[in-house]
Design a protein around this ligand. Structure first.
Ligand code: DC
Length: 220
């Protein structure tokens, strides 16, 4: 079968990982969550007392840091220096650190290199912020997923309630606004729609509807 690559970009909470995972399963591709790689770098800083606001310090650790992603049965595992950190990276503290380290040139260069190697080896569905613009400008299909801030905050709120984590909708709304600002306003590879990407607003659609819509672009 011909190798394909699908790029899914968009802001935090637009539904990228859910949709990308479902697409990868349907298409028999590997799913790569590039946000998890930036989160792994953020986690390393937090766990090792590295000030992630200091670009020099973070750039230095990139020379030896090993971040690996494995997919098995459509499930993804992320390893940091050989240790499985798939669950540890899913906190708000790590998300904030990831968003900061993602503004640094050396961090992006190292992770983008790895992401391109994965694309050249296999058919992939990759999600992130710069996949269609920087990582895979030659992707078979580029999707830019969006949803309103209030819808994204509501989704995250429901997720937290489900996990039994106490948080207010106001706090989550503010966190989403802050992260959108940081991800879209940075100098290197900011979050933006590639010119040839198809924009899909997920606010009023179910997961199945979104997946069907994207599949229709692939089949065409
Ligand atoms: O998708 P996520 O929320 O897990 O990503 C965490 C942070 O990593 C996000 O705030 C921005 C950054 N990121 C990035 O800059 N480029 C990517 N391709 C993926 C994520």
């Amino acid at each position: 079968m011909k190798k394909i690559s699908i790029a899914i970009d968009g802001p935090a909470g637009a539904g990228k990982s859910t949709i990308a995972k479902a697409l990868a399963k349907k298409l028999g591709c590997i799913y790569i969550d590039t946000g998890a790689m930036y989160r792994a770098v953020g986690l390393y800083c937090i766990q090792n007392g590295i000030n992630y606001h200091n670009e020099n310090d973070v750039s230095q650790i990139m020379q030896t840091l090993q971040v690996d992603i494995y997919s098995e049965d459509n499930q993804q595992f992320i390893y940091l220096n050989g240790k499985d950190v798939s669950l540890e990276i899913r906190t708000d503290e790590v998300a904030a650190a990831a968003s900061k380290v993602a503004t640094y040139k050396e961090v992006r260069a190292a992770l983008v290199r790895q992401q391109r190697q994965m694309q050249s080896a296999k058919s992939v569905v990759m999600d992130g912020r710069d996949i269609g613009t920087v990582v895979m400008p030659d992707a078979t299909l580029k999707i830019f997923l969006t949803a309103s801030v209030s819808e994204r905050a509501k989704r995250r709120f429901a997720e937290y309630q489900h996990k039994g984590i106490a948080v207010t909708l106001e706090k989550l709304t503010q966190e989403i606004i802050d992260r959108d600002n940081q991800d879209s306003s940075r100098e290197i590879s900011p979050l933006k729609k590639a010119e040839d990407a198809v924009e899909v607003d997920t606010s009023l659609l179910t997961i199945d509807e979104i997946v069907d819509k994207i599949m229709s672009f692939i089949i065409k």
